[in-house]
Design a protein around this ligand. Structure first.
Ligand code: PLP
Length: 400
């Protein structure tokens, strides 16, 4: 008893599990519903796991899946970098006072005002994939360096980003020659095989092809050609399990080890960092029994955080926070008056009342980011916890 602390002294600050039912209820009581709860401790865990799976690779968190200051800060504190794609994202990091040297701008198609906005903030590395885009950089040749994006089609990926962006591998050298002739700096190459890649095959193929192209471009002295950006696409668990990340990345490590030492390798993970790090929490607004099933109408739906079911083709593991009781066939629907706004059918849930909470797991990536305010139902409030020990949850404006 001698060493017992006085009762008034606060307990040592610790990390909490904001996904535990008790904490979820506390956060809803404090911040309302619907919520997107971001756990910065899980952001750290995801970052460290990927870093361990890809040693020596600089990880640029792609803001697109969850452009939130708490995630950005956590990634930077872990020694990470950032991948920006829009002027809005450039402004977000500028408001946060982030060192622009840690950022690259990877949208292959930009307006002059977008290029200038990023340059004015000090961002130097950009992506281009076609001759018209190269020409936009001529006025800024002394301030910008380019990664040329190569496309590797990947019909198996959830979203095949190589259909919309990137030049064919056969067009790469002509494009690099043109960049060189225009007086631009060819820093290296980039690719993105598509999000939630089913297996590492496309990454490996792309690394091998890009390795050869980098060597060829360097032989022709088309630029420093010393950076390879292997993009994102690292898969996470939803309803179905993804390969463990160390296992997924093993063939990538083998392929990367064959590159010359001078080549700096970077990656642009988005989903892998953000996805498992947040849950969606919504409340039952009302219910009705229709054709032998309970329909529960939630305050979040397909026009909100569950928009990822449409745009990202994701299916989030769903559960009612309430435990016990007999389970009955149930449907979860969103709040809007549109008939498409149904989150899941054929569920089996305990009988829910108005105000009961429903949790969607793995909802950090491409959820809240693509939510709208259709029917004037506001987007979920983003609450982050564990930004530092003792941080039990806070709302951080993304406009700040
Ligand atoms: C969307 C995107 C990413 C992130 O991809 P994930 O599959 O979420 O890891 C990275 N880079 C670029 C250029 C992107 O467009």
């Amino acid at each position: 008893m001698k060493n017992r602390r006085p009762a008034t002294r606060p307990a040592r600050a610790a990390f909490i599990d904001p996904f535990a039912p008790r904490e979820i209820r506390r956060l809803v009581a404090e911040f309302g519903s619907p919520l997107l709860i971001v756990d910065c401790e899980r952001v750290r865990r995801q970052f460290r796991q990927l870093q361990q799976a890809l040693p020596g690779v600089d990880l640029h968190y792609a803001l697109k899946p969850l452009p939130h200051p708490a995630v950005v800060r956590t990634v930077l504190e872990e020694g990470g970098f950032l991948d920006l794609a829009t002027t809005g994202e450039v402004e977000l990091i500028a408001r946060m006072g982030v060192d622009p040297a840690l950022c690259i701008h990877t949208h292959p198609i930009k307006r002059d005002i977008d290029i200038r906005a990023a340059l004015d903030r000090g961002v130097r590395v950009f992506v281009a994939d076609n001759p018209d885009e190269l020409r936009k950089f001529v006025p800024y040749a002394d301030r910008a360096a380019l990664l040329l994006r190569v496309s590797f089609r990947s019909p198996g990926a959830v979203s095949d980003l190589s259909r919309k962006f990137g030049c064919d591998p056969e067009q790469l050298l002509p494009l690099a020659r043109r960049a060189h002739d225009l007086g631009l700096t060819v820093q290296g190459l980039s690719f993105h095989v598509g999000s939630q890649a089913p297996d590492p095959g496309k990454h490996v193929e792309a690394i091998e092809v890009c390795g050869k192209l980098l060597a060829a471009a360097r032989r022709e002295r088309l630029g420093p050609c010393d950076t390879l950006d292997i993009g994102g696409g690292f898969p996470i668990d939803y309803g179905t399990r993804a390969p463990e990340i160390g296992y997924f990345c093993a063939p990538l490590r083998t392929a990367l080890a064959k590159l010359p030492k001078r080549v700096r390798v970077i990656a642009e993970p988005g989903r892998y960092i953000a996805g498992p790090s947040a849950i969606g929490v919504s409340s039952v607004m009302g219910r009705a029994r229709r054709e032998g099933r309970w329909w529960y109408y939630l305050d979040d739906g397909l026009y909100g955080s569950y928009s990822g079911q449409l745009f990202d083709h994701a299916r989030y593991p769903l559960e009612a926070l309430k435990r016990g009781g007999k389970r009955e066939p149930a449907v979860l629907a969103g709040p809007t008056c549109d008939s498409i706004d149904v989150i899941a059918e054929n569920l089996s849930l305990p009988l829910l009342d108005e105000g009961d909470l429903v949790v969607g797991r793995a909802m950090g990536a491409y959820t809240w980011a693509s939510a709208s305010e259709f029917n004037f139902f506001p987007r979920a409030t983003v609450v982050s916890a564990n930004l530092e020990p003792g941080d039990r949850g806070r709302v951080m404006s993304i406009d700040r």
